[in-house]
Design a binder for this molecule. Structure first.
Ligand SMILES: Cc1cc2nc3c(=O)[nH]c(=O)nc-3n(C[C@H](O)[C@H](O)[C@H](O)COP(=O)(O)O)c2cc1C
Length: 213
């Protein structure tokens, strides 16, 4: 691989929110928001639940494109329905988003069916771990950076920190629940520096009397 995923803000261990573009064998194009993890050795991984077109297309073709964007409308519209045909660009066996800040082609190395997982939202749906090798990266906008929810969760908690002195006990319970949820998200998706800063913030919240011990 002749490029570094760090050039688009993707670091080992973090999970990023991206738009995957795929095609089925008939050439029908699809876009969907899907998470991405950089697992080292230049490889990326996705966990995709059964039932999505993205999973079916990847199983059929063994290739997908990861698009980097921070356009909320693209995340929403690709989830509710599909993007408009003119928002895609087809190039041989791949398809990508015309307005992506950056994108890279990912060639599938393995697809492994996982045991249904029981987590905080899931009753145990079948899901697959897809490992892939990034082949080629195109940067359309300097400074393109993959979104990481961890930073946003941290900022939410930081804002709460500025208000924790002036709220009543009922609100404190609310803040506590929110902190615990933000902490959970951060443990799951954030980069190391955000995790470290969240740990410091937790101590500061405790010092201010939020019952997080
Ligand atoms: C920000 C975001 C991240 C998502 N990440 C994943 C993911 O990692 N794996 C997954 O199976 N679904 C994920 N989803 C849900 C899929 O986008 C959703 O199931 C979608 O309808 C699949 O569309 P498709 O049928 O066109 O592939 C995510 C949704 C959002 C909004």
């Amino acid at each position: 691989m002749s490029f570094s995923l760090e050039s688009i803000g993707i670091k080992a261990g973090g999970r990023y929110e991206t738009i995957y573009t795929t095609m089925n064998k008939a050439g029908e194009m699809d876009a969907a928001p899907i998470g991405l993890k950089y697992i080292g050795d230049y490889d990326v991984a996705a966990r995709i639940f059964e039932g999505s077109k993205t999973l079916k297309n990847i199983q059929e073709t063994g290739i997908f494109v990861v698009n980097i964007t921070n356009d909320p409308s693209v995340f929403a519209r690709s989830l509710y329905d599909n993007l408009k045909e003119e928002e895609f660009v087809k190039d041989d066996d791949i398809v990508y988003l015309k307005n992506a800040d950056a994108y890279f082609i990912a060639l599938v190395k393995s697809i492994e069916e996982m045991k249904p997982e029981h987590d905080h939202v899931n009753e145990g749906a079948k899901n697959y771990i897809i490992k892939a090798e990034p082949l080629k990266i195109i940067i359309n906008r300097q400074g393109a950076k993959a979104l990481n929810r961890g930073l946003f969760a941290f900022l939410e908690s930081l804002v709460d920190y500025t208000r924790v002195d002036i709220i009543d006990d009922e609100k404190k319970e609310e803040y506590k629940k929110r902190f615990i949820e933000n902490e959970r998200v951060i443990q799951r998706v954030a980069e190391d520096d955000v995790k470290e800063n969240m740990a410091i913030l937790k101590e500061k919240m405790i010092e201010k009397g939020l019952d997080l011990e």
